[in-house]
Design a binder for this molecule. Structure first.
Ligand SMILES: [Fe+2]
Ligand SMILES: [Fe+2]
Length: 322
């Protein structure tokens, strides 16, 4: 499969699991297309990111390569920076085939544009009864903070390392986070549990969580206790770029949410969770991210696109198809 086609398929799969629904996203893409077609000024045209006309995931894109590369063996990692690129080069030297590098946490322009995927968090909360205007107003200052913080980062080290070592590389972030969000909503949140211990037990039956739990990185209850009643369980902290603002806790509590499953919980959010009596379970971050990638690879496999993987930096391949 060509890398460009892989990206296009991945985007479609991400859209099919997106909390905003495909219709809404397509409307947004159309607006970007119209904007692009109306541009007359050459400088504005040069600055316009045409990727935005077909890919709604600003944190997921090819960061090195033309897209014409045939890719079959992927080195996959949750975080890939220069050390992992060097690892890829060493492995290749020893005879391991690596056609491209699949990175989960964004790098390069995908990182520069991370805050652009955050508005979907308002849609995510709206699904659980938080008025969209309220969470939209709450997310904006947080998006600005993320934008300013990332703006100062050394953004293009990884893509330069990949370029120098001759590896096509791409990031898939919100695409696979959407898949894990939907999976957790359907397999955990939709069920009834007597207490939080039962929720943790159910999480540990998922192979990626089990693998990480055995290694000392299990899902942990960070607010509430094992015997606490869960109430309404949601997975509102699995997709949408990065953690939402702590104000989301009060909004979710008012909307009737009892337990939030999360990949990572900030101290400020935890303080708010305590104040508003919302239970929180911090599921293993790496296991969750690995699961999202596995779900994407399974869907591609079901379409007949089979990839070999070299698993590094937190990723473990678990197949669910057969
Ligand atoms: Fe993720
Ligand atoms: Fe992550």
């Amino acid at each position: 499969m060509k890398l460009k086609a892989l990206m296009e398929h991945a985007v479609q799969i991400g859209m099919n699991s997106d909390p905003r629904g495909k219709e809404y996203i397509e409307k947004q893409l159309k607006k970007q297309k119209d904007k692009w077609e109306k541009l007359k000024d050459d400088n504005e045209k040069e600055m316009f990111d045409t990727e935005r006309t077909w890919n709604p995931y600003a944190d997921s894109r090819i960061i090195n390569g033309s897209g014409d590369e045939e890719v079959q063996t992927l080195m996959i990692g949750i975080d890939i920076e220069t050390p992992e690129i060097l690892l890829a080069d060493r492995l290749r030297e020893k005879g391991q085939k690596i056609d491209a590098i699949f990175i989960h946490h964004p790098e390069g322009r995908a990182l520069a544009d991370l805050e652009k995927v955050m508005p979907m968090q308002a849609d995510l909360l709206a699904l659980h009864g938080v008025p969209v205007n309220q969470s939209d107003a709450q997310i904006r200052p947080r998006m600005e903070r993320i934008w300013r913080a990332i703006h100062a980062d050394n953004l293009f080290r990884t893509e330069r390392a990949a370029e120098l070592m001759g590896f096509p590389a791409f990031t898939c972030h919100t695409i696979t986070d959407n898949l894990v969000w939907r999976f957790i909503e359907e397999t955990i949140c939709a069920k009834q549990f007597d207490d939080l211990n039962e929720v943790v037990k159910a999480l540990e039956e998922i192979p990626e969580y089990k693998y990480y739990a055995k290694k000392g990185n299990p899902p942990i209850i960070v607010n509430g206790s094992g015997s606490s009643r869960p109430g309404k369980i949601v997975a509102t902290e699995f997709t949408g770029g990065t953690n939402g603002p702590e104000e989301f806790l009060e909004s979710q509590s008012r909307a009737g949410i009892g337990t939030i499953l999360s990949m990572h919980v900030t101290e400020k959010t935890l303080d708010e969770a305590k104040k508003h009596h919302v239970n929180m379970i911090q599921c293993s971050h790496m296991a969750s991210d690995a699961m999202g990638i596995n779900l994407l690879l399974d869907k591609l496999e079901a379409e007949g696109h089979i990839f070999e993987t070299v698993d590094v930096s937190g990723f473990i391949r678990v197949k669910r198809n057969s």
